[in-house]
Design a protein around this ligand. Structure first.
Ligand code: PAF
Length: 282
């Protein structure tokens, strides 16, 4: 496995694979890797000849009061984990390498599906994701790119601009990887105190309970209220509890497949999760 820190180095490392028309798989990450990321790499390994993983904590997707400075940077450990799962090239550029010294005057803004959920809570976040992911796509020029379904709205945003801008690659969404107690894996779980880590699985438990309620006839608004109450009782501060169609359109009853979304803070740590509930007409 090679690590490249410059765009030139990346291009040079990829050129034999490109010349041989190998299938290139790409997993963009911000590092501090966990099993969720490694599962993305494993999926890429199954479908592709060459697997590239980027590690870049992208400043322009963090709000002014978010955790950019403190975001965990664990490059050596990440490299070891990636070597073990068969990654071929790690791309770990500096901020300067990615953004240069000239002002950036171009933005990529996906409308409508970014208006609410995390988009409403984190102004500019998805623009920052769209810009960095587009830049990385242009640098790597992969055939397939892999993203986790935990960041469901992010995945929808990426699918949308890839389609709208005719970016020539296929986006693959990979199911959420969970800890044994159900907590969706996230680099931000590392911020949790032992006490908060014990409470954190309540998010997934409340989603599962709501899914059961919906399939046994409880009204959607009641199921969402139960999630809110359960989280508040457990000590969370709820950012949002919402239901959407799989395409992120508003829904007001459970008469089609829905995705339940939660964002909630425990202490200072903001966690998100989602669960798709299938509708079967009876
Ligand atoms: O999901 C992430 O880790 C980041 O948002 C991504 C896609 C790597 C862009 O910085």
């Amino acid at each position: 496995m090679k690590t490249e820190t410059t765009i030139q180095g990346l291009t040079a490392s990829l050129s034999p694979a490109k010349a041989a028309r190998k299938i290139i798989g790409f997993v963009p990450t911000m590092g501090n890797l966990h099993e969720g990321h490694l599962n993305l790499v494993r999926e890429a390994r199954k479908l592709c000849d060459v697997v590239v993983v980027s590690i870049f904590v992208n400043p322009i997707q963090f709000g002014p009061n978010e955790d950019f400075d403190n975001y965990p940077r664990t490059l050596e450990r990440d490299q070891q984990l990636l070597a073990d799962v068969g990654c071929d090239i790690v791309f770990a550029p500096t901020v300067e390498q990615m953004y240069g010294n000239q002002p950036r005057l171009t933005n990529i803004s996906v409308n409508n599906i970014t208006d609410d959920l995390c988009g409403a809570q984190r102004p500019g976040h998805f623009d920052g994701v769209a810009v960095v992911v587009t830049k990385l796509f242009n640098m790597v020029q992969p055939n397939f790119a892999f993203f986790g379904q935990k960041d469901y709205q992010q995945l929808a945003v990426i699918r949308q601009f890839v389609r709208d801008l005719n970016i020539p690659l296929e986006v693959i969404g990979v199911p959420i990887t969970r800890a044994a107690d159900g907590l969706a894996l996230s680099s931000r779980n590392g911020y949790l105190s032992p006490e908060h880590r014990e409470i954190a699985p309540v998010i997934y438990q409340s989603l599962q309970t709501a899914a059961q309620q919906l399939t046994s006839g409880t009204a959607l608004s009641d199921a969402l209220n139960t999630i809110r109450a359960t989280l508040t009782d457990a000590g969370f501060v709820v950012d949002y509890v919402e239901a959407r169609s799989p395409e992120l359109q508003k829904v007001d009853s459970f008469n089609q497949d829905v995705v339940l979304f939660v964002a909630a803070k425990i202490g200072k740590t903001r966690l998100i999760d989602n669960l798709q509930v299938k509708f079967t007409a009876s």
